[in-house]
Design a protein around this ligand. Structure first.
Ligand code: NG6
Ligand code: CA
Length: 510
């Protein structure tokens, strides 16, 4: 072989080697986590939704894997988000329940987060949308008119454009990199969760000012944009959000981020406000579903997903972006506003065939849609029945980008990359979920055990949801569902599940 030929041969060999390596181990992908709020197991078409179309989410599913047994770690927001970002079950940590809008930052800067992991691997990182994990060092003492610190900037996120808590909690302004976005110096912001500010109207005293949405329970403190909120605020002026523009604002920010970072690997935590209350989607989504505002908010969420996919495609990076779409907890219809979500459901079942919903220990509380799309490595149109928990997000992403997971994140989190990429033959052995009163449940492939703990059978403050709380141990055969408690006839299984859960609770960490 002459020199030229031999050089060509080596090039061919090299490129063959390269393409084989590429087939086994695709280039470091961008990661886009799309985290919906209160989106139930039955709320999107590829999970059986009726009455609302979700073509963009279905596109993701067609380009990826749909998981049937994936779980948030809790049936409310703050604890689920805490676990997702840190790898630690929130019930191990005090102060991780549904946070007020003026709560101090719950994840302390020294705790490693998934954003730190991506950053250490050289990724650009950003958080958009609902935060709900507190901001600042001391509850109630943030300076909303100056720099708010610590913030996600101290948790590994290079950038953020977030809502401090939920859309139904004050302050109703976006925080952009530690400052109120579009700050209006003519209207200084004050926030209190204790008392109203002199002369400010409230939903309770001035219901006539609730011109956009009336409350059905609670949500009767400060009024912003004709909608009653939880907590009191004053000021904000032109920085106050309009609920109908929230999806547009956060989607636009995320799309801009994709465009300006298309040349380097990035991680986006896209935490949608939809479909949390107050549901007040933009006019262009009104009537998109047959279910009124809640269904229209699902359509709006699907639109956001479509915009993100389109931006990735336009930048030529869709194929090498790992997209995970899931939800922070299960669904609720009436969660405090008179938006007719119950009345207009028709044949739609927000939790699908699951029992219970948001807040609940039953499956509807924490089993959520979970779609993973990455055509370079995941079978298109796949289906996976393995058990998946969001608590594994951090170690799983660490494995993906080739860095060691910090010890703290391995308290509960595990590297389950194979499963997350759709491998039916690997699975978590069990997952633990937390109801809103801290009742814990343990689910294995076959069984679900709900620990005995007192509490009302129905959520007591308004939403019509079964809690699943009982002083008796509950055991369900998950091949059938949660209709029949079989604990009495299978004491050995109950014992086994109880011990497994107890061992988890008793674990001691250095
Ligand atoms: C409840 C709110 C509910 C919702 C929930 C948190 C009332 C009456 N209800 O206290 O509307 O905000 O907290 O939801 O105030 S979560 O999805 O963020 O966990
Ligand atoms: Ca939620």
């Amino acid at each position: 072989m002459d020199v030229k030929k031999s050089a060509l041969f080596s090039v061919a060999l090299l490129s063959l080697f390269d393409s084989q390596a590429a087939a086994q181990e695709p280039a470091r992908p961008n990661v886009l986590l799309i985290y919906a709020d209160d989106l139930g197991y039955g709320d999107v078409e590829c999970y059986g939704a009726q009455g609302v179309r979700t073509p963009n989410i279905d596109t993701l599913r067609a380009r990826g894997v749909r998981f049937a047994n994936a779980y948030a770690t809790a049936s409310t927001s703050t604890p689920s988000r805490y676990s997702l970002l840190t790898g630690v079950y929130a019930w191990r940590r005090d102060g991780t329940d549904v946070a007020a809008g003026n709560a101090a930052m719950i994840i302390k800067p020294e705790i490693p987060t998934v954003a730190d992991v991506f950053k250490s691997a050289g990724y650009r990182t950003a958080a958009f949308g609902k935060w709900h994990l507190g901001l600042g060092a001391v509850t109630g003492e943030q300076d909303w008119n100056g720099r708010i610190s610590p913030s996600p900037l101290d948790l590994g996120f290079d950038e953020h454009y977030i809502m401090a808590a939920t859309a139904d909690r004050v302050p109703c302004v976006f925080i952009e990199n530690g400052l109120v976005s579009g700050y209006d110096a003519t209207a200084p912001i004050e926030v209190s969760y204790k008392a109203n500010f002199e002369g400010e109207p409230t939903g309770k005293d001035n219901p006539d000012l609730l011109y956009n949405l009336k409350s059905s329970h609670g949500h009767n403190m400060s009024i912003v944009n004709g909608i009653g909120r939880i907590g009191y605020m004053k000021g904000g002026g032109s920085a106050l959000w309009k609920d109908e523009n929230i999806a547009d604002s956060i989607t636009t920010r995320a799309v801009d981020f994709i465009r300006s970072n298309a040349d380097e690997p990035f991680f986006i935590y896209f935490a949608a406000n939809d479909v949390h209350v107050p549901r007040f989607p933009h006019e262009r989504f009104r009537g998109a579903s047959s279910m009124g505002l809640r269904g229209d908010a699902i359509a709006q969420f699907d639109w956001s997903v479509g915009q993100l996919i389109a931006a990735l495609r336009e930048c030529g990076i869709l194929e090498n972006t790992l997209i995970i779409l899931t939800s922070d907890n299960g669904p609720v219809t009436d969660d405090g506003y008179a938006d007719a979500a119950d009345e207009l459901l028709g044949a739609h079942k927000p939790a699908g065939t699951l029992r219970g919903g948001k807040y609940s220990a039953f499956e509807g509380g924490a089993r959520v849609p979970f779609i993973v799309s990455w055509p370079a490595a995941v079978p298109c149109g796949g289906e996976c029945n393995s058990l998946v928990s969001q608590v594994d997000f951090l170690p799983t992403m660490a494995a993906l980008v080739g860095v060691d997971a910090p010890a703290d994140s391995l308290i509960d989190g595990r590297n389950n990359l194979a499963t997350w990429l759709g491998d039916e033959n690997s699975s978590r052995e069990y997952v633990i979920t937390q109801a809103s009163n801290h009742t814990l449940s343990l689910r294995t492939k076959t069984w679900k055990y709900i620990e005995p703990k007192g509490g009302p059978a129905m959520v007591p403050w308004g939403p019509r949801i079964e809690t699943g709380y009982s002083l008796e141990p509950q055991l369900y055969d998950m091949r059938v569902g949660e209709e029949k408690n079989v604990a009495d006839s299978l004491p050995a299984v109950v014992d086994y599940m109880k011990q497994l859960l107890q061992a988890e609770k008793d674990r001691i960490f250095e």
